[in-house]
Design a protein around this ligand. Structure first.
Ligand code: ADP
Ligand code: MG
Length: 303
């Protein structure tokens, strides 16, 4: 019987593609982090990332067009933030049905342009094609000083795990459309502290922490008591729903004490890095000794 995409899922497919790729000598990171990291300059790395949004999958048909535009570019800006970098240039490609009103397209671009201006990103091209549903692909190039690059793969044993804000219920009040990419927070972190690993929370705390653990070959424990939740959010929505677009990062314990005292932004410690054999565990509220092995219930594109 033919093997189907739904049997291996999104991450299985990416792994399958990843195995076929051979990177050139200028590729510091290819597939497997928030952005590609490329050695082009002397002092800086080039960051390169792409994201695609499709009507009916990532936003509802009747969502605010400006918000769709803002989200389309912000998901890529969030990935640049997760590497500690600054975004510079973007290509925006759109797929459109012929019957879409020009007013709606203008409004989508108003959202894109607003965010691009706010974060000093120049939109320098793209592509326009016919599609059944509104589809937007953004590719963003950014830069990071070599000593400020943060990847998913350098989390260390005993690191403290932090998140940069409240999580969960991203579908409520359209948080998933209107989030601000955490560029300022990320630059503050890499400017002042040694950050060992970082990722942006796009797939949910469980899935994204699991990516740091897999790439860094470590395990982790997090504490339900410590996870900051949005109004209307419960633990499950924080663990599995995703689209929070906050930073998840790890630092050595002595750095964690300093970050705890820095009052500019709110960073919340939620757990620590363990050996890989420990796996990924949650300590439930009030039951300090009861550890629950986390099971993967995250959103999947191809179930
Ligand atoms: P994020 O949620 O941070 O955007 P993803 O989980 O979408 O990251 O992607 C993980 C990694 O897989 C990234 O390095 C991304 O560039 C890569 N990737 C995703 N889809 C493809 C594809 N079709 N071909 C090659 N690489 C891909
Ligand atoms: Mg990401």
């Amino acid at each position: 019987m033919a093997k189907l995409l739904k049997n291996i899922g999104e991450f299985g497919l990416i792994e399958r593609i990843r195995k076929r790729m051979k990177s050139g000598s200028l590729v510091v990171k290819g597939i497997g982090d928030d952005t590609a990291v490329l050695k082009l300059g002397k002092e800086r790395f080039l960051l390169f990332t792409a994201d695609m949004l499709i009507e009916g999958v990532h936003f509802k048909k009747n969502a605010s067009p400006e918000a769709i535009g803002r989200k389309a570019i912000s998901v890529s800006l969030s990935d640049i933030a997760a590497m500690g970098g600054e975004p510079k240039f973007a290509l925006v490609s759109i797929g459109l049905p012929a019957t879409i009103s020009l007013g709606k397209v203008d409004r989508v671009y108003s959202g894109i342009i607003e965010r691009a201006r706010k974060f000093k990103v120049s939109i320098v091209g793209g592509d326009t094609v016919r599609a059944r549903q509104l589809t937007i692909n953004t590719s963003v190039i950014g830069e990071v000083e070599k000593n400020k690059l943060v990847t998913r793969s350098q989390a260390k044993l005993n690191d403290i795990i932090f998140v940069s804000g409240s999580l969960g219920a991203s579908g409520k009040r359209n948080r998933h459309l209107n989030f601000t990419p955490p560029l300022k927070e990320a630059r503050f972190l890499v400017d002042h502290f040694q950050i060992n690993s970082m990722i942006d929370l796009s797939d949910g705390l469980f899935s994204d922490l699991d990516k740091i653990c897999k790439e860094s070959k470590v395990g982790a424990v997090i504490f339900e008591d410590l996870i900051p939740l949005n109004p209307q959010a419960n633990l499950n929505s924080a663990l599995y729903e995703g689209e929070d677009f906050k930073l998840l990062f790890t630092v050595a314990p002595d750095v964690a004490r300093k970050i705890g005292r820095s009052a500019v932004y709110s960073f919340f410690p939620i757990g620590s890095i363990r050996r890989s054999s420990f796996g990924l565990k949650l300590v439930k509220k009030g039951a300090k000794l009861q550890q629950v092995r986390l099971a993967d219930k995250s959103f999947r594109h191809f179930k």
